[in-house]
Design a protein around this ligand. Structure first.
Ligand SMILES: *[C@@H]1O[C@H](CO)[C@@H](O)[C@H](O)[C@H]1NC(C)=O
Ligand SMILES: *[C@@H]1O[C@H](CO)[C@@H](O)[C@H](O)[C@H]1NC(C)=O
Ligand SMILES: *[C@@H]1O[C@H](CO)[C@@H](O)[C@H](O)[C@H]1NC(C)=O
Length: 640
């Protein structure tokens, strides 16, 4: 078997020969003899050359992991400190509970003593009255009894003289006694009860004491609101912090320890911030800045910076405030998955973004900033829009496929212009699907049905067409750093790379399931390393290639889980190399890091997507997506 063969081979070498050579294919050292043996066909090199090379490589790798140690040490220290603090807090809380309840017990005891004392006092006061009454009654009774017996004695046994003597003396006394007013009716009552209403108290005691804690952590918690980055001087702004746990799940309870600080460039505190706890996991942070300038806005949750913090905040005079795209935002819910069309246009209203009233915006409802369009043929309306792109000068360019035109908007959603004559001649559009803007501002359009790529100037004048006769069905298009035009031929399952004059640089791909093949490529994006990112619709994956078409890696599989796809379409790469992918069949947008690890979803739940196609990053850092099934495009914030 292979393993023992290798062993014996190694032993022979080790015993008999000096190891002087290295086989690159087998990654093994060997003697001169063996270079002629089973390694005959392989490339062998002198061992010492390889050793130096490998040493250098290992050293580099070692340095790379070595450099991670300080970070890990810091993380260990931090987590250890949090764990220590947690125990400390627990002990403090236990002490506090004990103290509080001992105090309560003392208070209860005091109250019990006070009640009993009062009871005794009242009782003895009442008894005093009753005792006084009793003694005067008893006294009366005794008088009457003694008078009676004395008189009766005299009457039955006395002599005549005695009777006469007694008669005078007694009749006065008997008359007086007979008339005397004894206190025969009670001077007090026996009423003395104690009623202790304990039901409510018992209930209070049962619920006495709440433990305050959350699972919120800083690195997944987010802040939203224009006030994170822009402010108008003298006006009150609020932003919203939404706390999340380590898995990115929303935290639904309040009381998290949040600190907000706005500092000027020199590090001084620039404004008071007030934080209000909505008690549902969201917090409003308000502030007013007095002077124009650049500030840093730090949001610390339990002492750690939340995602994106510190934010760079710029304050300008109210008169210099740009109009807000948020005013275009609509909260109309589309019938999810029915492809219902929402009849609404991008109506602009005067800006209220910087109004002094508190901004009523629920951040976790959705991450939509605004939507534009509805089904139709007019300006600003779409029929099955496909590609979308954004220029560095703040324009959003849309390939309105079935209306056979290109429409252009400003970054805040205002219609600017459209162009396109339908037809099959050069300069005309038949089925524009992909669109991109090159470094000169020219608009490059992949026309699926005309089977070529057209180039227009930024104001819509036709300049050139490329790929005619080669392309079978170009869908997505991108321009790389060298000005090469990269288009995905969906029908041919190929990626074509052209010079801007139309000369073919290279092409790669073909129909199939291997790494260099595609089952239905749709859109393409280029990252900052000039690598080519292609969505493979029917393979449910995203494939990444070097600038000259060498396969690098791929990610994604079929499904609905995190990082899975049901037919990926639009793709864009941000300045940090994060890859944003429209997931057509799952009607969602996923964000991945530069290596294809899933990071998050863009929350589109309040106004769901329906079969999203092209996707682009606007020059102000938002994600624009062609929501084809809803015949509109939408702009979202992400990773905030
Ligand atoms: C949280 O509370 C605020 C203020 O009462 C409210 O506006 C917001 O809609 C609430 N959010 C959730 C998710 O309940
Ligand atoms: C998106 O927002 C909704 C509220 O509109 C919320 O229920 C949902 O959990 C959020 N989804 C994600 C993935 O954060
Ligand atoms: C996707 O491609 C991989 C190879 O790259 C292949 O193994 C797999 O079967 C393909 N899946 C589909 C659904 O085409």
């Amino acid at each position: 078997d292979i393993e023992s063969d290798e062993m014996s081979f190694l032993c022979v070498c080790l015993l008999l020969q000096v190891m002087e050579f290295y086989c690159e294919s087998c990654e093994t050292a060997m003697c001169l003899e063996c270079t002629e043996g089973e390694h005959r066909e392989h490339v062998t090199v002198p061992l010492r050359d390889v050793v130096e090379q490998h040493k250098a490589a290992l050293k580099t790798q070692l340095d790379a992991i070595h450099s991670r140690l300080p970070q890990l040490t810091a993380a260990i220290d931090l987590v250890t400190e949090i764990s220590r603090q947690l125990n400390e807090r627990k002990n403090e809380a236990v002490t506090e509970i004990s103290n509080t309840f001992e105090e309560l017990e003392r208070a209860l005891h005091q109250r019990k003593t006070a009640l009993i004392t009062d009871l005794e006092n009242i009782c003895s006061a009442k008894q005093k009255v009753l005792q006084a009454q009793l003694s005067s009654l008893l006294q009366g009774k005794e008088h009457i009894q003694s008078s009676c017996s004395f008189t009766e004695q005299a009457l039955s046994h006395g002599s005549a003289t005695e009777v006469l003597l007694v008669q005078k003396q007694m009749s006065e006394r008997v008359i007086a006694l007979a008339r005397h007013d004894f206190p025969e009716r009670p001077h007090q009552n026996a009423h003395l009860d104690c009623q202790v209403e304990t039901e409510g108290l018992r209930r209070s005691i049962q619920n006495l004491g709440v433990l305050l804690t959350t699972g919120a952590v800083a690195h997944t918690s987010v802040a939203t609101g224009e006030g994170l980055r822009h402010a108008a001087t003298g006006q009150h702004h609020t932003i919203t912090v939404t706390t999340k746990d380590k898995d990115g799940e929303l935290v639904r309870t309040g009381n998290a320890v949040l600190k907000a600080e706005i500092a000027s460039v020199d590090g001084n505190r620039a404004a008071e911030t007030e934080i209000s706890d909505n008690k549902n996991g969201t917090y409003e942070v308000g502030y007013t800045l007095r002077t124009e300038g650049e500030y840093t806005f730090s949001l610390l949750l339990y002492g750690q910076p939340i995602r994106g913090s510190p934010f760079r905040l710029r304050a300008v005079k109210p008169s210099d405030v740009p109009q807000s795209p948020d005013d275009v935002k609509r909260r109309v819910k589309s019938p999810s998955g029915t492809g219902g069309h929402i009849r609404q246009k991008a109506v602009r209203r005067p800006s209220s973004m910087y109004s002094t009233t508190k901004k009523k915006e629920n951040p976790i409802e959705d991450e939509l900033i605004y939507r534009v369009g509805s089904r139709g043929r007019e300006k600003g309306e779409f029929t099955n829009l496909q590609g979308i792109s954004a220029s560095s000068n703040g324009r959003v360019v849309v390939a309105d496929s079935n209306n056979q035109c290109i429409q252009i908007f400003s970054n805040d959603g205002q219609f600017k212009m459209r162009f396109g004559v339908r037809g099959r001649s050069p300069g005309q559009l038949q089925r524009p699907t992909g669109v991109t803007v090159d470094m000169n501002g020219d608009i490059v359009v992949a026309d699926y049905d005309n089977r070529w790529v057209s180039i227009f100037s930024s104001d819509g004048k036709f300049k050139n067409k490329i790929g005619a006769g080669r392309l079978m069905g170009p869908k997505g298009v991108a321009v790389d750093k060298n000005g090469h035009i990269i288009t995905v031929d969906n029908k041919a399952c190929c990626v074509f790379i052209f010079q801007s004059n139309g000369k073919l640089v290279t092409k790669f791909g073909g129909r199939g399931t291997s790494d260099r093949q595609f089952a239905g490529p749709h859109f393409v994006a280029v990252n900052n390393k000039n690598e080519i990112v292609v969505t493979d619709f029917h393979n449910h994956s995203v494939k990444v290639y070097s600038a000259d078409g060498e396969f690098l890696f791929k990610f994604g599989s079929h499904g609905e889980g995190n990082g899975q796809f049901n037919a990926p379409t639009g793709v864009a790469v941000d300045a940090n190399g994060n890859i944003i992918v429209a997931d057509w069949g799952n009607s969602r947008i996923q964000v991945f890091d530069s290596t294809g690890s899933f990071l998050s979803y863009i929350n589109t739940s309040a106004d769901p997507l329906y079969g999203p196609q092209g996707l682009a990053l606007t020059s102000d850092g938002h994600v624009a997506v062609a929501d084809s099934g809803n015949h509109c495009f939408k702009v979202y914030r992400y990773l905030q």
